[in-house]
Design a protein around this ligand. Structure first.
Ligand SMILES: N[C@@H](CCC(=O)N[C@@H](CS)C(=O)NCC(=O)O)C(=O)O
Length: 296
């Protein structure tokens, strides 16, 4: 247990909370500065970052393109949340909640459609293109149930377990126990499901897999919070099987690279405007080109 804290009668915003997110945590909504968002040439404009919530959308868009939906071509712009770019006026007008991902559909430029919340974006795109979401009946209900399960559950993994295990400036036994228990329970929910179905919503790969994989697929492969051993993730064998299967999809491999700002430079396509950017604009190539032009 940590030093006991007695909350005052009224909470005050009078000091930073500490930890790596201290500078972006604030108790008020709205823009902190004026900044218009850039707009590229495709109807779909994505403002995002390669976090699990951001990657859901880039995987979906790459999957739609792989299916032949050329209308899913998109510009992906980088929003650096650690630098407060989610609080710029342009971003706030697309997402009043100041969180990535945010999408603008400018198919009709006079009446752009804004969509925020990754689950809503997946549903919007699935309905727009008629893909990765069963059309009706029990199959649609099952798929949406798992999609919304992800939206409700992942904050316990990210904001709960991940935050207190990996990011909080103090290790609080109570908080780590509470959220480790919940993260493991959720992994067991998925494990029991994937013991009897190939994909999360049934026989077909859907938006449920696209939403769930960036969180639980990476967790079970030990790629989140360095917590593989702590949570004994190898025990969730059906989740591991599914995670590996989904990871092999070329669209998943491409989607993971978009708006990514960490890891191997060849895995970072910080902005994506064309399909060919995967071959020519990854960060290793951009930096090599810059180095060779400054040497000449
Ligand atoms: N429920 C939202 C969560 C989005 C979210 O938490 N985004 C994080 C990055 S993964 C963010 O933008 N954080 C910035 C901040 O909290 O200021 C969704 O799924 O779209």
């Amino acid at each position: 247990m940590t030093t006991p804290y007695t909350p005052p009668a009224i909470w005050q915003w009078n000091k930073e909370n500490g930890g790596q997110f201290a500078s972006i945590n604030r108790p008020i909504a709205g823009a902190t500065h004026d900044k218009e968002l850039p707009v590229g040439r495709h109807p779909l404009q994505l403002y995002s970052l390669g976090t699990p919530n951001g990657v859901k959308v880039t995987i979906m868009l790459e999957e739609l393109l792989a299916l032949g939906h050329s209308g899913a071509e998109y510009d992906a712009w980088l929003i650096r949340i650690n630098e407060g770019e989610q609080f710029g006026s342009g971003f706030v007008s697309v997402n009043p909640n100041s969180k990535i991902p945010a999408l603008q559909d400018r198919t009709d430029p006079a009446n752009p459609v804004r969509v925020f919340e990754s689950g809503a974006i997946l549903m919007y795109l699935a309905e727009k293109f008629g893909a990765f979401l069963p059309k009706d009946g029990a199959a649609r209900a099952e798929c949406l149930s798992w999609l919304f399960w992800q939206m409700g559950s992942a904050p316990f993994v990210g904001g709960g377990f991940g935050h207190f295990y990996a990011y909080a400036p103090v290790k609080i036994e109570y908080a780590i126990h509470r959220y480790a228990m919940e993260a493991k329970r959720q992994l067991d929910v998925l494990n029991q499901r994937l013991a009897v179905t190939e994909y999360v919503a049934g026989d077909a790969y859907t938006v449920a897999d696209i939403a769930i994989w960036p969180w639980y697929g990476l967790l079970v492969k030990g790629q989140a919070y360095n917590a593989g051993e702590f949570l004994q993730v190898h025990e969730y064998t059906h989740v591991v099987r599914w995670a590996e299967q989904v990871a092999k999809r070329p669209a998943v491999q491409r989607g993971r690279k978009v708006n990514r700002v960490q890891g191997d430079l060849a895995s970072q396509l910080r902005e994506r405007h064309e399909a060919s950017d995967f071959d020519t604009r990854t960060q290793d190539k951009i930096e090599a080109a810059a180095a060779s032009s400054s040497a000449t």
